[in-house]
Design a protein around this ligand. Sequence first.
Ligand code: PLP
Length: 223
Amino acid sequence: MNPIFENIKAYHAKLDNKARLVAVSKNFPAEDILEAYKAGQRIFGENKVQELTSKQPVLPGDIEWHFIGHLQTNKVKFIAPFVSMIHSIDRMKLLVEVNREAMKCERIIPCLLQFHIADEETKFGLDYEEACQMLESKEFSEMKNIRICGVMGMATFTENVTQVRNEFKFLKSTFDQLKEKYFQQSPHFSEISMGMSDDFLIALEEGSTLVRIGSAIFGSRSY
Ligand SMILES: *Cc1c(COP(=O)(O)O)cnc(C)c1O
């Protein structure tokens, strides 16, 4: 038996409907994705536009593709026709572009605001003030083709579980504050995307609704 099939089954059991699984298939071929699909997995995460657009047409049409990586504005047009969710909205300019391309496709694209919660400079993301500025802008109020569905964050890459837990708590409280301030009437604002292979159990305890798991399912990535 292919381990991917077993791994997917095991994660579905572990998550027990507390959070949904985004199977992060970056750097793995279409055959591996199909194996996960056969085990019942439907949400896949990719972080490179070119890789995603080459896999999407050769795989089943009912897959939900989630874009989880840093997204350049000039590449939004390639994924706008089919992407199910963009986790990595980290600046106004990007949101403007997603809205524009979604309009061309006559779609509403679900988006998450990515927050910078780690103490690593290399990771992308908004801070609370920047998010408020975006959400209060006139430009935002006029956008009809995006839907803000929640928040996303990546914890620091560290053995220190207390630090990781605190970063997830911080993301959860950011979610709660935004919900209270801007999205009380919006049932769509409900997602907290946090947790990866090494820290998803902590993320679940801290309120994650979407865990993004790659290597623990597909194996270690070769770059
Ligand atoms: C690669 C990646 C993941 C999955 O990481 P693993 O440690 O392999 O589970 C999750 N989220 C993002 C944004 C990623 O780029």
